[in-house]
Design a protein around this ligand. Structure first.
Ligand code: GRF
Length: 206
């Protein structure tokens, strides 16, 4: 199974998956990293691991439909089977989402449907969780559709919020769990323990 990653900044979740592939805990094949941010650390990490890298944004292609098509072409060129959004802060276009229906996963650092949606990323998520007085937060892995943080959840894990936590402390605890959990969920997909819903017609059989 060929993997592509979309990441806007650090790419530490992508790195966790790359490490698991290198250690053969995962037998998936990372082939491509895409970013909207040509300076993202994620692209550096991907190049170091030997992946093809591509940058797509409105500066490079101002027409959203052409941008969507160019992203789809890049995924097809690398024969990608499964796409992982790992800290990707843009919405995908309808061509990519349609072609890869039920084959795009996103990892979110809270328990969706709460604390998700546009603007709910990074510290904002953890600040909102703490402000609401939650004692538990978590990590959600879900299928991607046309809306931010909206597709069906395929797996969730809980992370405690401790009294006196700052957003930074909570972010660190959640991120550590994200790294483990993303690999655990991919292992379950790989072994067939976790079945993704059928792919769209373009990818039927994968
Ligand atoms: C993670 O918290 C992830 O859940 C969210 O964005 C953050 C990305 O971190 N979608 P990294 O770029 O993987 O280090």
């Amino acid at each position: 199974m060929n993997l592509a990653f979309f990441a806007s900044h650090r790419g530490s979740n992508m790195q966790a998956v790359l490490d698991a592939c290198r250690e053969t805990r995962l037998t998936m094949r990372p082939v491509l990293a895409v970013s909207n941010n040509r300076k993202s650390e994620a692209l550096v990490r991907a190049r170091e691991a030997g992946l093809a890298t591509r940058v797509f944004n409105a500066t490079i292609e101002p027409d959203p439909l052409a941008l969507d098509q160019a992203m789809l072409d890049a995924l097809l060129e690398e024969e990608v089977d499964l796409v992982i959004l790992a800290g990707y802060l843009k919405c995908l276009g309808p061509k990519v989402v349609g072609h890869f229906r039920n084959r795009i996963l996103n990892i979110h650092p809270a328990l969706l449907p709460q604390y998700g949606g546009q603007g709910m990323f990074g510290r904002h998520v953890h600040e909102a969780v703490i402000a609401a007085g939650e004692t538990t937060t978590g990590v959600t892995i879900h299928l991607v559709d046309e809306e931010y943080d909206h597709g069906a959840t395929i797996a969730r894990t809980l992370v405690p919020v401790h009294p006196g936590d700052t957003a930074g402390m909570l972010a660190e605890r959640v991120l550590q769990r994200e790294h483990e959990f993303l690999v655990e969920v991919l292992e379950e997909i790989q072994s067939g323990k976790l079945l993704l819903p059928p792919a769209g017609p373009a990818l039927a059989g994968i």
